[in-house]
Design a protein around this ligand. Structure first.
Ligand SMILES: [Fe+2]
Length: 278
């Protein structure tokens, strides 16, 4: 039995009708406990998100954390996130974003319920996690080995649907400044996924806003940040006024995905809109 199958058997021993996923993204945590992004305390807003998940969501199977976990790539920020994730009694999987440093985060974000694995089999689905980050750059790129990895995952698993998670966006979302900062070789990514079996969905963060679409038969979803949002449709950097959020995805046996975006609207957060960069 492969390592992937063994992990699946260990984590998800029972058959299940659907797979329930919490996606949190762009937590932008600081080493400094009161660290703020554009005036917003990112530990506080993540705390509000996590407590909402704890109160309201019924039996999620997995937490996916899709990049920009830290703003300053400090060990303390990753140690803080590790504790937040370990407080849930379900497996968490993560990928880095442009603000992260894999060499710092990798040794920290592992243990108890937190896993560094990049492929997960659960029920009728496989989840593949791709690292789209490029050291020292804000834009994204999927390396050749990862394109091969994706192709192999899709070829080997013709009896499952596929959810492919990454940090950067593989399509334009309608904001000039962000559209220059997506995955530069997105054509190669779509090509690698061209022979997908059954349903296939790309899921990402980075754009700090809600987006749904479809391209080449692949469903496309992005999720707002647990902290500051970016204003949809803006030509230049602009913070949005939407509340912190997370996404709850239900992956069904027939390949359909129910996706619900939750916002923390009952907590006051202060964002400094005068800041023109992040
Ligand atoms: Fe981000």
């Amino acid at each position: 039995m492969s390592d992937i199958d063994l992990l699946a058997k260990k984590l998800f021993p029972n058959s299940q009708d659907c797979v329930r996923i919490i996606q949190i993204t762009d937590t932008h945590l600081f080493g400094e406990p009161k660290g703020k992004l554009l005036g917003l305390d990112t530990r506080e807003s993540l705390g509000a998100v996590m407590s909402r998940v704890r109160q309201e969501e019924i039996a999620p199977d997995i937490i996916l954390v899709t990049g920009d976990l830290s703003q300053d790539a400090s060990p303390e920020s990753y140690e803080y996130l590790l504790k937040e994730l370990q407080a849930f009694n379900i497996p968490s999987f993560w990928i880095p974003g442009n603000h992260d440093d894999p060499s710092i985060m990798s040794p920290i974000l592992e243990g108890d319920n937190v896993y560094p694995q990049r492929r997960v089999l659960i029920g009728d689905w496989q989840i593949v996690l791709l690292d789209s980050s490029v050291r020292g750059k804000v834009y994204g790129h999927i390396s050749e080995p990862q394109l091969e990895f994706l192709k192999n995952c899709l070829e080997q698993t013709d009896d499952k649907h596929s959810l492919i998670a990454m940090h950067h966006q593989p399509v334009k979302v309608g904001s000039d400044w962000l559209d220059n900062l997506g995955i530069r070789n997105a054509d190669e990514l779509f090509e690698a996924a061209a022979n997908h079996h059954n349903h296939c969905c790309f899921l990402w963060g980075h754009v700090h806003q809600d987006f749904h679409g479809e391209k080449n038969g692949i469903e496309l979803i992005s999720t707002p940040s647990t902290c500051v949002q970016f204003k949809p449709g803006s030509q230049k950097f602009s913070a949005g006024d939407e509340s912190p959020g997370y996404r709850y995805l239900t992956l069904h046996k027939d390949g359909t995905i129910d996706s619900v975006l939750h916002r923390i609207t009952d907590v006051e957060f202060t964002v400094d809109y005068s800041i023109k960069g992040y």
